[in-house]
Design a protein around this ligand. Structure first.
Ligand SMILES: Cc1cc2nc3c(=O)[nH]c(=O)nc-3n(C[C@H](O)[C@H](O)[C@H](O)COP(=O)(O)O)c2cc1C
Length: 503
């Protein structure tokens, strides 16, 4: 699909300007070296190209350190919430909650670090609306009033750094591995087509279970609002439950939740409506949607565009565009840069959807260079730039770009082939997030080592979770699983209304 704006052209133009700026920066450095030398020797100031009419001030197409003007602009959402610039930390499942799904101090510190890194908005990794249905071990769970203390601390950590924070809400459906779920649920009994030993056969949801899930999304959103979050993002992408309902490949139902696109969209739209009913004024409801599933018989671009029109009519505040599922992980395209056509994987779709909707659009996936980030915003196609993996390696990238650093190179870790790539991509970045939360720097650990660490943690999670379940009534066991926030006062009891939604 070709949009009105071609990213390649837009980026090429921005790169030309950036390369002129590089020459200028090079000259500045040369000038600084020369002036240091001059101070030592008392010589004359060397001429800069700008002195001779060839520097950036003489050329209207060059960019100066303040070249990222579009990224620096604030952005106001329809509900009135203001984002101070165009950078968003996209959702990444941090897997840093405790075994009961409560936020930990390491998770808070990670968000404090990202907030200070300059992004206007931090969207958390997917928080589960049902503690028995996780996408991975150590997921955050937003289910009970007992989560309020941790969630409040997490929101406060982001606000300390003057960032907005939204909680991403998710239900994994059939994309829940045997490590965390032996009884996943789904719209239809379609088993996972990849690594079948890893995933159990899903159970088909009945009407009352579907209603319960809608209620759970609303309850989790209410918890987020009570905890001080600025909004929620409903995860309807990447092959999880809401995406499974949208897709004709995974949704084979013949009742009012399946069949036509409007029936397949019903769950997503009812979830949004239920959240809007409990949302306080100014509380944002965003949606992450696939541009396509990239699977034969799956959710297509045409269908996605129609769903965007439903979402606009439903009055959501922000659309984030991504794509792919576990079985076709387009969102984590790991092709080497040399063979990847362009930085922003879903730019063409966004270009096309832009002409059909007035919804603000955030684009996530593949953006790596400041020039391309600026270009997608300048083109008018994208309102907000979503960054995930780059912020695990350069957590202060937004602040550095906005202060004029054009040459930030986001390291691209070597990508293994086949199953190792599929299995290790997430653990490798989870490892980096853990290090950041512990106050350490990212580390280029080997893929196998990241996988081994992941397996060890998963095993630990399973063993303790089983012990926890069996020994619920044992004195002291629950406490031993809940590490208190050292030196941070425990909050007082949760507000009355949040207790009532816990029932
Ligand atoms: C470790 C890891 C965890 C992720 N977890 C989530 C998640 O919880 N929710 C979500 O919507 N996307 C998740 N993603 C996908 C990212 O939000 C993003 O769409 C993807 O990484 C592409 O963006 P990037 O090229 O900037 O990394 C995850 C990605 C990674 C690497």
């Amino acid at each position: 699909m070709t949009g009105d704006y071609h990213l390649d052209r837009v980026v090429r133009e921005a790169r030309l300007r950036a390369s002129a700026d590089r020459r200028y920066q090079h000259e500045l450095r040369r000038h600084a070296r020369a002036s240091r030398h001059r101070q030592g020797s008392g010589g004359a100031r060397p001429a800069l190209a700008s002195d001779t009419g060839t520097g950036p001030h003489s050329n209207p197409t060059t960019l100066e350190p303040s070249m990222f003007t579009a990224l620096a602009e604030d952005f106001t959402l329809a509900c009135g919430q203001v984002l101070r610039n165009r950078f968003v930390k996209a959702a990444m499942s941090e897997q840093l909650a405790d075994r009961r799904g409560q936020a930990t101090p390491v998770l808070e510190d990670l968000y404090r670090r990202w907030a200070r890194g300059g992004a206007a908005l931090l969207i958390t990794g997917n928080a589960m609306v049902d503690g028995t249905q996780l996408s991975e071990p150590y997921n955050l769970v937003a289910e009970r009033a007992s989560s309020l203390e941790g969630l409040s601390a997490l929101a406060a950590a982001a606000h300390d750094g003057e960032a907005r924070i939204w909680l991403q809400l998710n239900h994994p459906g059939r994309q829940s591995s045997r490590v965390v779920s032996s009884r996943p649920v789904a719209p239809s009994a379609v088993p996972m087509g990849m690594l079948p030993a890893m995933f159990a056969q899903p159970r088909v949801l009945d009407e009352s279970q579907i209603r319960d899930i809608i209620h759970r999304f609303a309850r989790s959103a209410r918890l987020a609002a009570d905890a001080g979050f600025d909004g929620v993002q409903v995860h309807a992408a990447h092959g999880y439950l809401l995406n499974q309902f949208l897709s004709p490949f995974t949704n084979r139902r013949t009742d009012r939740w399946g069949g036509s696109l409007s029936n397949r969209s019903r769950l997503l739209l009812e979830v949004i409506e239920a959240i809007q009913q409990i949302a306080p004024a100014g509380f944002v409801v965003g949606v992450k949607l696939n541009s396509a599933d990239f699977q034969r018989g799956g959710f297509s671009e045409e269908e996605s565009m129609t769903v965007v029109s439903y979402l606009e009519a439903a009055g959501i505040d922000l659309l984030e565009v991504s794509g792919g599922t576990y079985e076709a992980p387009a969102m984590l395209s790991t092709k080497p840069a040399s063979t990847r056509e362009r930085e922003a994987y879903f730019f063409d779709y966004v270009s096309a959807v832009r002409s059909t909707t007035r919804l603000p659009v955030m684009l996530t996936g593949g953006l790596r260079t400041p020039a391309a980030m600026e270009a997608v915003v300048t083109s008018g196609t994208v309102d907000l730039v979503g960054l995930a993996r780059p912020l695990t390696l350069v957590p202060d990238l937004p602040r550095r770009v906005l202060s004029g650093e054009a040459q930030i190179a986001v390291p691209t870790p070597p990508v293994p082939k086949g199953t190792l790539q599929l299995l290790s991509e997430t653990p490798w970045y989870v490892h980096q997030m853990r290090r950041l939360g512990q106050g350490r720097e990212p580390q280029p650990v080997g893929r196998l080592r990241a996988l081994a660490q992941d397996a060890r943690r998963n095993l630990g999670w399973r063993l303790t979770r089983t012990a926890f379940r069996r020994g619920r009534t044992r004195t002291g066991l629950e406490n031993s699983l809940s590490v208190p926030r050292q030196g941070r006062p425990r909050s007082s009891s949760p507000p009355e209304h949040s207790r009532s939604i816990d029932s």
